[in-house]
Ligand binder design. Structure first.
Ligand code: SF4
Length: 426
């Protein structure tokens, strides 16, 4: 969601006459788009702002702004804490950025963090500049009503709101005209898209509408809440070839006791049941997930159940974090009773297991043929790079004009974070 919002910020600033630079010492305007989902991400914001103080001293014209979840959480306090900061804008106020920049150019310091309840607010967001990419994010909803006990998102992104399906389809059609072949539909909980808006389709029906758009070859989505994986959504995996063989399905923990304290709304066996249903209709589906380590009250037995869940699911990738207390959340009332050392040891064990599972998964592709959407040059710059339907990165030698095409690649080698192959046909 933040990557998608950052693309929109770039688009808005270009509209306001600013050009991008890779060199912060050359910048007349720096916007930090922030995340507050973990304490560490929030601390990073203050670290960055500290580093930019020197730039501000050297360039009096430099405008500094903070947007996103930390801005939403802190509001006016951020201007008080950081006296050289010019702009603070919240998660619902991104569209106001050009106006705030103009005010800062006149020397005004402003904060805008008011929540907008109107669902039209998502259409106030500009489309991202869709130049030069075959794969784009499309925001379909924002906010969350789930209130998982550890999570700050409902407090900083607000209540769940779905964007109109007509606007979504329109935006994707325009992207297709500019060469986009793959879209990722994004929202805090995409599975509940449309459920609270009269007249809008549900998420499964939206997927079918997007699949009907000529020129779109692949559809992905993130993030899904396991409790909201519905039968119609599972049918989409059975019936829509454009829907990629990948789902990011955060479990957060493998123990029922911890899941209940997290207020996740499902049990371990219900989570595994959803995965079994998905695998039944799409046997090659790749599962990735999120795990929180060291949630208050997590015993060694609870943690071993998380490890056994990972072995059962055999995640292709996992985002795992040490629990940190977030303001305004229910879990902030729970005693944070696991030492930092214990949390870190558990995280290390979990990461070691996941590394082994990822490598094992990657090796299982060696010898197989994969359809790869070519995204451009690899990080090394001397090979092409793309992704399989299951979201594995594949690098291979090939002609750069293939960018934007789906090619068939035989996988010849597997590494920890990518695959290597040889192109067959295109
Ligand atoms: S579903 Fe839970 S973890 Fe995800 S954004 Fe909503 S409250 Fe946070």
């Amino acid at each position: 969601m933040n990557v998608s919002d950052s693309e929109k910020i770039v688009s808005l600033l270009q509209g306001a006459g600013y050009l991008p630079t890779q060199d912060s010492s050359q910048a007349d305007l720096i916007i930090l788009n922030t995340c507050s989902v973990r304490a560490k991400a929030e601390q990073k914001v203050y670290g960055c702002l500290g580093r930019y103080k020197g730039l501000k001293n050297r360039n009096r014209r430099l405008i500094l702004g903070v947007g996103g979840c930390v801005a939403q959480q802190e509001g006016e306090r951020l201007l008080e804490k950081v006296p050289y900061l010019d702009i603070v804008f919240g998660t619902h106020n991104l569209h106001m950025l050009p106006e705030l920049v103009r005010a800062a150019e006149r020397g005004e310091r402003r904060t805008e963090v008011a929540f907008l309840d109107n669902e039209k607010r998502l259409d106030l967001f500009p489309a991202a500049a869709a130049e030069g990419g075959v794969s784009r994010f499309v925001t379909i909803m924002q906010g969350c009503d789930n209130f998982c006990s550890y999570c700050i998102v409902p407090h900083v992104r607000g209540r769940e709101i779905s964007r109109s399906s007509a606007e979504i389809v329109n935006e994707i059609r325009k992207m297709v005209d500019k060469g986009v072949r793959e879209v990722t539909l994004v929202g805090q909980n995409v599975n509940s898209y449309g459920l609270k808006s009269s007249g809008e389709p549900d998420f499964a029906a939206l997927l079918r509408r997007v699949a009907d758009i000529p020129g779109i070859e692949r559809i992905r989505f993130t993030t899904s809440h396991p409790k909201d994986i519905s039968a119609p959504l599972i049918d989409c995996f059975a019936e829509l070839p454009k829907l990629c063989s990948h789902i990011h399905l955060p479990a957060q923990a493998g123990s029922d006791a911890v899941l209940a304290r997290m207020n996740r709304g499902y049990t371990r066996s219900e989570y595994l049941g959803k995965i079994a249903l998905l695998k039944a209709v799409r046997p090659d589906i790749q599962i990735t997930g999120d795990i929180i380590v060291g949630f208050p009250g997590e015993s060694e037995e609870d943690f071993s159940q998380t490890l056994s869940l990972m072995e059962e699911v055999r995640y292709g990738d996992l985002f795992s974090f040490v629990y940190s207390v977030r303001p305004e959340t229910k879990a902030a009332e729970f005693p944070d009773d696991i030492s930092q050392q214990e949390k870190q040891e558990r995280l290390d064990r979990l990461l070691a297991l996941q590394r082994a599972l990822t490598l094992e998964r990657n090796k299982s592709f060696v010898g197989s043929r994969q359809q790869v959407l070519v995204e451009g040059f690899s990080k090394r710059g001397d090979q092409l790079s793309g992704r399989t339907s299951g979201n594995r990165v594949v690098n291979f030698a090939g002609d750069p004009t293939l960018t934007g095409s789906i090619v068939e690649v035989t996988i010849t080698r597997a590494f920890q974070n990518s695959l290597f192959g040889e192109i067959i046909i295109f």
